[in-house]
Design a protein around this ligand. Structure first.
Ligand SMILES: NC(=O)c1ccc[n+]([C@@H]2O[C@H](COP(=O)([O-])OP(=O)(O)OC[C@H]3O[C@@H](n4cnc5c(N)ncnc54)[C@H](O)[C@@H]3O)[C@@H](O)[C@H]2O)c1
Ligand SMILES: [Zn+2]
Length: 342
């Protein structure tokens, strides 16, 4: 059975087992023309090769493909293959493919429709939804992009069967974040071994949909709560040049460190850091800052974060489970102090 979640105006998510003909029927119902499939080599091997909805472009797996070069290759491929304004991009893959293919759709002929079959846990419960699409620059991640809602995101729990264990745990970190920000019951489901992925994915999508509907372009601060753990996570990832650590792993460490900062500022419940550490342990995610990173390097990286304004630090801090808010103007020396002792 496939569950349908209305994500936003003209954007739905489907969670459950589906077939290629379900996707084809949906495309006909929204009246798009030719379909252009974008996937990566791993996903092609396990999933995309059995889809034949249209011409296909297969990229190299990994963050390095979220580049101007790959974006430009896709634009040329679309043009040379006869894509027009009625065409639709079908992204089949994890967050790298959905970010890149979504951005290609956002920019080709000033924007054509796109849909996604999200195949990693990270993409199913977070990355593919909400319309943030983009690519990286040598100077930073996701610096070029656009808000462009997919018409549909399809999430099949069966597709997770071929996902490597580390990638599954990577996705779990983002689900832990949703549990702490909005819904403590989710944390109980996450403690199961193996966790029930389908209901977890469904809950995270519903929670994200609520926030995105309230603040589609991250203007009012409501959408910013989804960044819990992310100020520190982005600093870790950037200081490590996006090597050796996955985004979800950095988010898990980031949530623990931000909970410590929140405690130090008198904002967060003092129980929070230990509670997060217990979740990290259950889900076999890292909880310590990589030893090679100094507090200074991390603070400098945070000042370059998109949420910082004029070099002043901002973080989405949790008061207690279920209550998170964006805190601006955080004293740099307190952050430095917490990082030194973390
Ligand atoms: N747009 C957003 O709102 C948003 C949110 C969070 C993350 N992101 C982006 O998402 C990206 C990370 O996404 P990700 O963690 O899915 O990484 P990914 O797309 O690189 O996928 C992880 C790995 O798993 C492989 N894979 C994917 N599905 C598979 C399957 N079913 N079977 C076997 N292998 C499979 C991929 O080939 C890749 O090697 C980052 O670029 C991040 O910036 C975007
Ligand atoms: Zn994230």
């Amino acid at each position: 059975m496939v569950n349908e979640i209305v994500f936003a105006d003209s954007s739905v998510a489907f969670v459950g087992e589906f077939s290629e003909s379900d996707v084809e029927r949906f495309c006909r119902s929204i009246d798009v023309g030719k379909i252009f499939v974008i996937t990566d080599e791993n996903v092609d091997k396990h999933i995309a090769s059995s889809f034949s909805l249209g011409p296909k472009r297969t990229i190299k797996p990994g963050e390095a493909s979220k580049s101007i070069e790959e974006w430009s290759n896709i634009q040329n491929w679309l043009a040379e293959s006869g894509a027009d304004r009625d065409s639709c991009v079908l992204a089949i893959g994890g967050g790298v493919v959905t970010d890149l293919a979504g951005f290609a759709a956002a920019t080709y002929m000033r924007g054509i429709e796109w849909i996604a079959i999200a195949t990693s846990l990270m993409a199913q419960l977070d990355a593919a939804h909400g319309g943030k699409t983009g690519i990286d620059l040598p100077s930073g991640k996701n610096l070029v992009g656009s808000f462009h809602m997919p018409r549909a995101v399809w999430c099949n729990p069966k597709h997770l069967e071929t996902l490597p264990g580390r990638e599954l745990r990577n996705g779990l970190a983002e689900a832990i974040k949703y549990g702490y920000i909005f819904q403590p019951q989710l944390l109980e489901q996450l403690k199961a071994n193996p966790p029930p992925y389908e209901p977890i994915v469904k809950t995270c999508i519903e929670l994200k949909a609520k926030v995105v509907r309230a603040d589609p372009r991250e203007r009012t601060g409501q959408r910013a709560v989804l960044n819990f753990g992310h100020t520190v996570a982005h600093a870790i990832e950037s200081a490590m040049h996006y090597q050796g650590i996955l985004h979800g792993e950095a988010v898990m460490i980031g949530m623990i460190v931000e909970a410590k900062i929140g405690t130090r500022l008198g904002i967060s419940d003092p129980e929070l850091p230990d509670s997060l550490k217990r979740m990290a342990e259950v889900c076999r995610l890292p909880m310590e800052l990589p030893k090679i990173l100094s507090a200074k390097i991390l603070v400098d990286a945070m000042k370059n974060d998109k949420k910082a304004s004029n070099g002043r630090l901002a973080m989405s801090l949790l008061e207690r489970v279920g209550e998170c808010r964006l805190v601006k103007d955080i004293d740099e020396s307190i952050v430095q102090e917490v990082l030194e002792s973390a």
